[in-house]
Design a protein around this ligand. Structure first.
Ligand code: CMX
Length: 434
């Protein structure tokens, strides 16, 4: 069957039963103890969310529906033999947990194209902002303007029962995924190319068409964008963007509102803005000290960054405790396609220099590189050099993972999210008594 929606429809009763069974048989099983440290430490280490599209192991890193990134690269259909996976196939995997055939990925490509028309008021909304507004502000404004066409909101207003809400959630998610590349490209062309928008090319796949609308048609750039969409697509549910989308949607706010919430979190420098910060930082080092900067000088630069009260962007992680496989995957890509790129060479040196310094601080739990130190480098190499735009690219990629879960949130009928909070007074009293 080539239709994603009907595949999904077939799966839903089975997964609903599974959830019900886990609840009734294992509902009282303990998943760990909550300590005061965890409450004061950003809930780190508390297992508290259901998130189907992916899972992060602290040592091994991300698996998308059980597949490592190299497995995804091997198994998912590619645009060209041996090339990077099609975003459509990845989306199919994230939604269904099954590796699609090439025909299924192509059918999904057609479906997304048929949904891709962006209403004019979206562009007008973006145009009403000053060009000095951060690209993420312009992007989120566009996303909120897309919300006007929410099928979910309409269905809810018309009294659709909870059990059927996954259907308009699916509609909104697919429309959202289909439309955000054009909105993102519009922001890019508005800011950096005198507003000369480039129309979609319906002969291209989702990622390639995005690259085309941005203004880049080099086949290697298309591969870079396909890889970028893969590595940033999802990172389980507790990260700021994933969690933000989940909690907002749990109030039965529609997928556009949930995704916009995710994007506002992604725009934080400790999360998605690190893509921008990392590229800016590495480029500033290259500019100030040249591309052949010595190891000694690099050490000085890292210390200067730390001593000025900043974090080293692109290093460390909240859950991972080893080098991010998303970094490793992109390193392999860069070694294959842009081995001599000076910024890439500099990142390789930083990969050696930064971890011992972060370790020496004695408090950093993971000194290793994460996805963001490298993900901008190939795109930068092929001409997309505007650092402040990078988080928007990350956001387009996250539409895949966030949407896959938003559909399942409604298909599984997950309840409104409402963890308990306490005050400092309460904590002191409780701890003294215990
Ligand atoms: N540079 C400097 N200090 C760092 C650091 C880094 N790269 N990573 C962690 N630390 C510090 C923390 O700021 C914290 O210091 P304080 O106790 O003084 O506040 C201490 O080490 C302990 O932090 P941690 O438990 O190791 O890490 P957290 O879970 O608190 O934070 C993260 C994780 C990603 C926010 C952090 O490593 C960081 O700020 N990294 C740089 C920014 C970055 O690359 N973010 C992108 C992550 C991936 C993504 O979401 O896209």
């Amino acid at each position: 069957d080539l239709d994603l929606r009907s595949q999904l429809k077939d799966q839903i009763p089975e997964q609903q039963e599974r959830l019900k069974k886990i609840k009734s048989e294992y509902g009282k099983v303990q998943l760990g103890n909550i300590t005061v440290d965890m409450v004061l430490g950003g809930m780190r280490g508390i297992t508290g969310l259901l998130w189907e599209p992916s899972l992060v192991d602290p040592e091994e890193g991300i698996r998308l529906r059980g597949l490592t990134l190299p497995e995804c690269q091997k198994l998912l259909p590619a645009a060209s033999p041996g090339g990077e996976p099609l975003a459509e196939g990845l989306l199919w995997l994230l939604v269904t947990g099954k590796v699609p055939s090439k025909e299924q990925a192509v059918a999904l490509s057609k479906e997304l194209q048929s949904r891709s028309a962006v209403p004019d008021h979206v562009y007008k909304g973006i145009d009403s902002l000053p060009v000095t507004a951060h690209p993420m502000t312009q992007f989120v404004t566009g996303v909120m303007a897309l919300q006007v066409e929410s099928e979910f909101q309409k269905a809810y207003e018309q009294g659709m029962p909870k059990s059927k809400l996954w259907e308009p959630a699916y509609e909104d998610c697919m429309n959202l995924i289909a439309r955000v590349p054009a909105v993102a490209a519009y922001v890019y062309r508005r800011l950096y190319k005198d507003g000369r928008a480039i129309p979609a090319d319906k002969s291209l796949d989702h990622a390639a068409n995005f690259s085309h609308m941005l203004g880049f048609d080099d086949p290697k750039m298309l591969e870079s964008v396909r890889l970028f969409l893969l590595v940033h697509s999802d990172h389980e549910g507790g990260n700021v963007s994933g969690h933000a989308s989940h909690v907002v949607a749990s109030a039965l706010a529609d997928p556009y509102r949930a995704y916009a919430a995710a994007m506002n979190g992604l725009a934080g420098p400790l999360h998605g803005l690190a893509t921008q910060e990392a590229l800016l930082w590495v480029k500033s080092i290259a500019k100030e000290f040249g591309e052949d900067v010595t190891t000694e000088k690099l050490k000085e630069v890292v210390w200067k960054t730390l001593n000025s009260g900043k974090v080293v962007p692109g290093f460390g992680h909240g859950v991972l405790r080893k080098t991010d496989p998303r970094f490793t995957c992109q390193r392999k890509f860069a070694l294959k396609h842009i081995p001599d790129d000076p910024i890439f060479q500099l990142v390789l040196k930083l990969q050696e220099v930064v971890p011992p310094i972060l370790t020496s601080l004695g408090k950093v739990k993971n000194p290793w590189p994460n996805v963001d130190i490298l993900s901008g480098v190939p795109l930068n190499h092929f001409g997309l050099s505007e650092d402040r735009y990078y988080t928007v690219l990350f956001g387009v990629s996250r539409s895949l993972g966030v949407s896959a879960q938003l559909i399942w949130d409604r298909a599984l009928g997950l309840p409104i999210e409402r963890p308990k909070s306490v005050t400092l007074d309460w904590l002191e009293d409780y701890c003294k008594k215990s």
